[in-house]
Ligand binder design. Structure first.
Ligand SMILES: *[C@@H]1O[C@H](CO)[C@@H](O)[C@H](O)[C@H]1NC(C)=O
Length: 493
């Protein structure tokens, strides 16, 4: 299929990723080619659409421009109508009226931010659904219900028609996920969000219905089907056999969440299982959030709590490294990007957004006041994780290739190679509290040009370039920091 990756042609960079090591070597043989780094538009668009236009513009720029995160992937949540959902923010409107009949004036909030992503040139636009439109489900609701056998064609027709409508306006949705966390109906009613149970044995019908509808519109080369967004890697592994073999040729990539916070060995065995059973099929990381714990990842696990500091930012960076380096996945999405689960009242206590608390949730990288509608506080609160995620999203553009790194730490790997004129970036973190030095050997002569660091006191701040010469360089890794060091692919003059 033709993917919207050409916007960066000619700018492809060479990237290396690695955790904390003292000495390592970059390979000249590339591993995977990166496809996207992003997150989801659920459910904050419903709130942020009510903010002043200047703030909506600022938020769009913080998410989608290179001076902000520079995301290359955005997941638009196509609503089911919110029937049965008690939390109005989490009840997106649906375009569905009746078979073949739509109201495209609905969901103005979601469409606004999808349009922003498109206008900023975000190349991967996924449309994902937590539930089919309520009238199509077993109970006629948007949650606590189940996929109705026999509705695959009707549901696929809805998704394909909506996609066609956006594409006709130049909003080039190129990926569709029809069942986000099909293992959960999010009941009982009243529910906290939309959700539709799709039994493993029903999932092939969902994929086939969507494929047929895309095929009828000539869209199968331009729009890929993602499935099945299992909430846990362990579900994905055990459930693939009951639906995937039947539709493997219709699925563009296998996407999963990691709410079981898999160990390195579980994640590796998932990746190698897929490789042996479904050879040639990529796996993508499409959703994660919500853990407290230490910078090195100890103590991680799904839990409540808000930590806006470098500790949690490095913990989440470690999860990105795990997916991109350990599992070799080419596409990574964090969950909601923007959240009101700040766990404190920033209108009363101005500094509270910068302090950890146990009442919020780590589901965003930018936060807003949950009481904005009554107190008029339209401030955006940027968490440290925003700045660490920027390293990945700014530098791992679609088309860049990872170059594996080997060294004293076995989990060090990665890199991307493109044209000779392209830079190499090394993204490296230090989860210890003391400074260290990484001695890095490149496969050719390079020249260090610049560096960027995020730490407790720095937000993607310019730092001195690496020191050295030829193919041997030293990178300073300050305690509790994430660093990006840039190199030109030729000797210094
Ligand atoms: C955008 O929001 C950020 C975060 O609150 C703030 O620092 C910045 O000044 C804002 N920019 C504009 C142009 O409003």
């Amino acid at each position: 299929m033709s993917r919207a990756q050409n916007f960066l042609l000619g700018l492809a960079a060479t990237v290396a990723l690695l955790p904390y090591v003292h000495s390592a070597t970059i390979s000249s043989t590339p591993a995977q080619t990166f496809l996207g780094i992003g997150g989801s538009g659920a459910w904050w668009p419903n709130d942020l659409f009510q903010f002043p236009e200047s703030v909506r513009q600022n938020l769009s720029s913080l998410l989608f421009s290179q001076s902000g995160l520079g995301l290359s992937s955005y997941r638009y949540n196509v609503g089911s109508g919110g029937v049965g959902v008690s939390n109005p923010t989490r009840a997106p409107e649906t375009f569905y009226v009746a078979p073949g009949q739509y109201d495209f004036t609905k969901d103005a909030a979601g469409v606004y931010f999808l349009t922003q992503a498109s206008n900023f040139g975000v190349p991967d636009l996924t449309m994902f659904a937590n539930s089919a439109p309520a009238p199509l489900t077993v109970d006629g609701t948007s949650c606590n219900s189940q996929f109705q056998d026999g509705t695959g064609d009707a549901y696929g027709t809805f998704l394909a028609d909506v996609t066609q409508q956006f594409r006709d306006q130049g909003i080039l949705i190129n990926l569709i996920s029809a069942m986000n966390e099909p293992d959960n109906s999010f009941g009982p009613t009243p529910c906290g969000q939309e959700g539709m149970l799709v039994e493993p044995t029903q999932r092939a019908e969902v994929v086939t219905g969507l494929w047929n509808a895309l095929d009828a519109r000539g869209l199968t080369n331009d729009v890929g089907i993602l499935a099945d967004e299992s909430s846990q890697l362990s579900f994905a592994t055990s459930e693939y056999p009951s639906w995937l073999p039947e539709v493997i040729d219709k699925v563009h990539a296998l996407v999963h969440h990691t709410y079981d916070f898999p160990s390195d060995s579980s994640y590796s065995s998932y990746a190698s299982n897929v490789k042996s059973q479904f050879s040639g099929k990529q796996t993508w990381m499409s959703e994660i959030c919500c853990t407290m714990g230490e910078a090195d990842g100890s103590g991680k696990g799904y839990s409540q709590g808000y930590d806006p500091t470098i500790t949690n930012a490095l913990l989440f960076s470690g999860l990105v490294f795990q997916s991109l380096v350990l599992a070799g996945e080419p596409h990574y999405d964090f969950w909601t990007l923007v959240s009101k689960e700040i766990g404190c009242d920033p209108s009363q206590d101005i500094g509270c957004a910068a302090d950890p608390n146990n009442n919020g949730w780590n589901d965003g990288v930018i936060y807003y006041d949950p009481n904005f509608a009554t107190n008029g506080n339209h401030e955006l609160y940027v968490k440290k994780q925003f700045w660490t995620y920027k390293h990945f999203a700014n530098f791992l553009k679609p088309g860049t290739q990872r170059l594996p790194i080997s060294g004293s730490d076995s989990t060090t790997n990665s890199m991307l190679a493109a044209s000779n004129s392209s830079p190499i970036v090394v993204i490296a973190m230090n989860t210890g509290s003391t400074d260290s030095t990484l001695s890095l050997t490149f496969p050719e002569d390079v020249c260090a040009t610049s560096g960027f660091r995020t730490s407790a006191s720095e937000d993607f701040t310019n730092i001195p370039a690496a020191t050295g010469g030829g193919s041997d360089w030293s990178l300073n890794l300050a305690g509790l920091s994430l660093n990006s060091y840039l190199f030109d692919r030729s000797a210094c003059r």
